[in-house]
Design a protein around this ligand. Structure first.
Ligand SMILES: C[S@@+](CC[C@H](N)C(=O)[O-])C[C@H]1O[C@@H](n2cnc3c(N)ncnc32)[C@H](O)[C@@H]1O
Length: 240
């Protein structure tokens, strides 16, 4: 070894180092955002981990069963699938192509192709065919796109599949005026404009209190959870 080192003169060493050093990295051209990611809104890398971290902070454990309501192409789903025990993640969405993209692109890309992931395409939120009662459910950026009647339908159907004591977290754009504004509302954080009667919708929280009463759930306001687009959080609870 000593003999070898002796034989390496400085110029040779420089040459060796040059050969071993990879060429300067070129700045990669940003790839176009895939349509199935775009379709669930901006911030794939931000909103995915954000919703995951939140549910874990609320007590989600690997052994729990989770229903992802309006799961889309699994922006949050890939993180839940990785964390939960195999087969404990269930997603329901109205758009089959988003579920297909999740299964064919996102899960393999995340190294989760071998996991058991239950995905169902329905637009009425009826998850009863899964045959499972859930500890947790989540609707991230779903009620912001839905009118009152669709939210009502979703609550009726989620209530049927929540375990006693089960919790359903849902985000919404809040009309903070306190007067059921029928004018558009500009959200400082995120810059979105929301409406009382068109997508994206805003609601006063007491609308959800009324809905919860109608379907036999309890609801609590969580409010600001630092969502980058100013969506607020609430939690519905199945009575014990
Ligand atoms: C903004 S995306 C959010 C997706 C996902 N929760 C996330 O955070 O990436 C809203 C999703 O709700 C779904 N959705 C809207 N109306 C629905 C309905 N009636 N039944 C089931 N899913 C619905 C859409 O197809 C879409 O994937």
């Amino acid at each position: 070894m000593k003999a070898v080192l002796k034989a390496i003169t400085p110029p040779v060493l420089v040459d060796v180092i040059r050969k071993l050093t990879p060429p300067a990295r070129q700045t990669p051209v940003a790839p176009a955002i895939a349509a199935h990611r775009k379709a669930v809104g901006a911030g794939w890398d931000e909103i995915g981990p954000f919703q995951f971290d939140f549910l874990v902070s609320q007590g989600l454990q690997p052994e729990h069963y989770l229903l992802d309501v309006g799961c889309g192409s699994l922006r949050g789903g890939v993180h839940f699938v990785r964390y939960l025990e195999d087969g404990h993640y269930y997603g329901i969405d109205a758009q089959q192509w988003l579920l297909d993209a999740a299964r064919e692109i996102e899960l393999p890309q995340a190294g989760l192709a071998d996991r058991t992931v239950h995905l169902l395409c329905r637009d009425d939120f009826d998850a009863s065919s899964f045959g499972v009662r859930f500890d947790y459910a989540l609707a991230q950026s779903v009620y912001s796109h839905l009118p009152w009647n669709s939210i009502y339908r979703s609550l009726v159907n989620v209530q049927k599949v929540l375990k006693p004591g089960g919790r359903f977290y849902a985000t919404f754009f809040e009309d903070q005026g306190g007067q059921h504004k029928i004018t558009p509302f500009h959200h400082e954080r995120g810059g979105r404009i929301t409406y009382p009667d068109q997508d994206p919708y805003h609601y006063e929280f007491d609308v959800f209190e009324d809905l919860a009463r109608r379907v036999g759930l309890q609801v609590a306001y969580i409010g600001d959870w630092n969502h980058p687009r100013d969506q607020k959080m609430m939690v519905f609870r199945q009575p014990e």
